[in-house]
Ligand binder design. Structure first.
Ligand code: ADP
Ligand code: ADP
Ligand code: SF4
Ligand code: SF4
Length: 571
């Protein structure tokens, strides 16, 4: 069975004069495998007539066509966005507890959420009645759910991925917004648990991204719904906030259906009772795997091989299990003294240290403990209160929250290899405010790395990137630091990413918005142990994949590791 997908946004017949149609060998022999839609003036590929030769795929100047052969057994899709549109196969299994969904961007996760919430009715590829849809899933756990959905008996609530967008349609005081929406009487507890007490008297448009994320989660969890659909709850939250959020979601999930899409694998692992993997081809099709236990699901996702389906869907993602020794970094780039800085109610104390060339310094620590202030002092942007430093270093900075402006991507000065590497080529003619969260992040990272500087600071580069994009970024940044002989500082709250990329670690501690203490840069083992001790959580490595996993509080492993002071690495 062959599917042909055309990315309509990219397709520009005015620029190519329907090149695909002109080169198609079937069309040349009189079989109309490609016709032109007279209304939209765009090509349509007739899948039954297409031979799958792939010539149009290669010739299309905008890489708008994807032709894929799928096994016959896959049957009809559950949903398809029009002729030559994206297709979704299978549906997930609703179970009490948290069902984690993991998959690349553009693979259909939002589509699944929209189907489960009743926002779109699955069309089985063309047009379908509910009866046919229910029939299709007869005998499966989702049948009953679909029956209720068809009768309008499911109440769903959805936390969207891109929290910045919320302020466009929700206005006013945070407390009033949350109180108005509370259907459970549990708001007070949730505000406490998500540490929102200092945020609720603010206007929603004054909130930081991390506050907005927690407010959106609170709004979702205080609805008395049958199903909670939570899309990427981790973005902009620091590690402690992620763990608190995960614990809270688990608690409310005991007698409800909760589906969570998440790319931070440590959080997904901690949060989920079950996992569905969505695999396929970005923008073209997505297949939902069987339901799996959390450990098996995440390991199979990383291995690229689904055991019960007996199916390889990509190469394995490998984590090197590094000994906690230090990598030999390059020459010293800068040595900085002890520094202090106070603003109104906030005080930062930085222990002196050194940065090296060809080194990635991972930075872990809560939000608002002075990480940005530290780097701005190095850059000479602001002066420490206790000393004058004149490092004259050029610093390029990617902020945590990226403000999408009206500007075109084209107006940014991006280096060609970065455009290629971060898959930005076909975004160049879009306005920044038209990009998805992940696209905007990739553009912002590329813009930061396109400047010629000695120090690069990337603040939460993982937000909105999927696991594969995070890994691609990680590999590239290592190469970048080595080739340019620069120092790269990465602040992130995805422990797996920080573990993977860091040569050394700097740990910020203190109290958000009040006090920050920055450690000197340390080796990975000392840094991670210090950080996790502060977070009051221990980690082990999964024996199969080497990925970090959070230990259950008070488990045998947890207690043993605490006693030895080994919060993560074993000696
Ligand atoms: P994910 O959430 O995994 O990033 P989505 O479910 O949002 O993926 O989208 C999967 C694919 O479906 C994308 O290629 C997207 O362009 C396409 N798509 C999503 N919504 C529509 C729509 N309303 N019409 C046409 N195509 C759509
Ligand atoms: P982080 O990067 O760790 O999130 P920041 O260095 O951005 O932390 O901020 C630390 C604290 O200092 C925050 O509470 C922030 O509101 C405050 N702060 C940062 N810059 C200024 C400034 N120019 N004036 C007053 N307060 C500031
Ligand atoms: Fe041109 Fe490609 Fe569109 Fe065909 S699919 S009309 S080749 S842009
Ligand atoms: Fe025509 Fe080949 Fe493209 Fe099919 S794959 S539409 S046969 S050019």
């Amino acid at each position: 069975m062959r599917i042909a997908v055309i990315n309509i946004d990219r397709c520009k017949p005015k620029d190519c004069n329907y090149l695909c149609q002109r080169v198609c060998p079937m069309v040349k022999t009189g079989k109309e495998a490609i016709i032109i839609d007279p209304e939209k003036n765009k090509p349509v590929i007739i899948e039954d007539l297409c031979s799958g030769c792939g010539i149009c795929v290669k010739k299309c100047p905008f890489e708008a066509i994807t032709i894929i052969n799928l096994p016959e057994e896959i049957g009809k899709p559950v949903h398809q966005y029009g002729v030559n549109g994206f297709r979704l196969y299978n549906l997930p299994t609703p179970k009490n507890g948290v069902v984690g969904i993991i998959g690349a961007n553009g693979i259909g996760k939002t589509t699944v959420m929209r189907i489960l919430s009743g926002e779109i009715m699955p069309n089985l590829g063309t047009n379908a009645e509910w009866q046919e849809i229910i029939e299709r899933f007869r005998g499966k756990e989702i049948q009953n759910y679909l029956e209720k959905l068809s009768l309008g008996e499911i109440k769903a609530v959805y936390k969207p991925q891109f929290v910045e967008g919320i302020v466009r349609y929700v206005k006013g005081n945070v407390r009033e917004i949350l109180e108005r929406g509370d259907e459970t009487g549990n708001l007070k507890n949730i505000i406490e648990r998500l540490d929102l007490k200092n945020s609720i008297e603010k206007n929603i448009n004054e909130l930081s991204g991390g506050e907005l994320q927690r407010v959106a989660i609170a709004a979702c969890l205080t609805k008395d719904a049958d199903i909670h659909l939570i899309d990427e709850p981790s973005s902009y939250l620091d590690v402690r906030e992620r763990l608190n959020m995960a614990k809270l979601i688990r608690e409310i999930s005991s007698d409800k259906f909760v589906f969570v899409v998440e790319h931070d694998l440590v959080v997904l692992d901690y949060l989920s009772d079950y996992i569905h993997i969505i695999f396929g081809h970005r923008g073209a099709y997505g297949i939902i795997s069987n339901i799996k236990s959390t450990r098996v699901g995440i390991n199979e996702y990383l291995s690229g091989f689904l055991r019960s389906e007996n199916m390889r869907f990509r190469e394995e993602i490998k984590f090197e299990i590094r000994p906690p020794g230090e990598k030999k970094s390059g020459d010293e780039l800068v040595s900085y003294p002890d520094m202090m800085k106070g603003y109104g109610g906030f005080n930062l104390y930085v222990n002196s240290g050194k940065l090296h060339r060809d080194e990635i310094l991972g930075i872990l620590g809560p939000n608002a403990t002075g990480k940005t202030t530290f780097v701005r002092m190095l850059a000479g942007d602001i002066e420490p209160d206790n000393s004058k430093i004149d490092l004259k270093l050029k610093v390029s900075y990617k902020p945590q929250y990226i403000k999408p402006k009206e500007e075109l991507v084209l107006s940014l000065k991006l280096k060609p290899d970065l455009i290629e590497r971060f898959g930005i080529k076909f975004l160049m003619e879009k306005k920044l405010n038209e990009l998805s969260g992940g696209e905007l992040q990739r553009v912002a990272i590329a813009a930061c790395l396109s400047k010629d500087c000695e120090i690069y600071l990337l603040d939460e580069p993982s937000a909105y990137l999927d696991v594969e994009e995070r890994l691609k970024f990680a590999k590239y940044i290592k190469k970048f630091a080595a080739e340019k002989e620069v120092s790269v500082l990465v602040v992130d709250h995805d422990i797996l990413l920080i573990d993977y990329i860091s040569d050394r670690l700097m740990v910020f501690s203190g109290e958000s918005g009040k006090r920050g203490i920055a450690s000197e840069p340390m080796n990975l083992r000392d840094g991670m142990n210090k950080f996790l001790r502060e977070m009051d959580i221990t980690f082990r490595r999964d024996p199969e994949t080497g990925r970090p996993r959070a230990n259950k509080p008070d488990s045998v492993k947890d207690r043993g590791q605490r006693e030895r002071g080994e919060y993560y690495y074993f000696g």
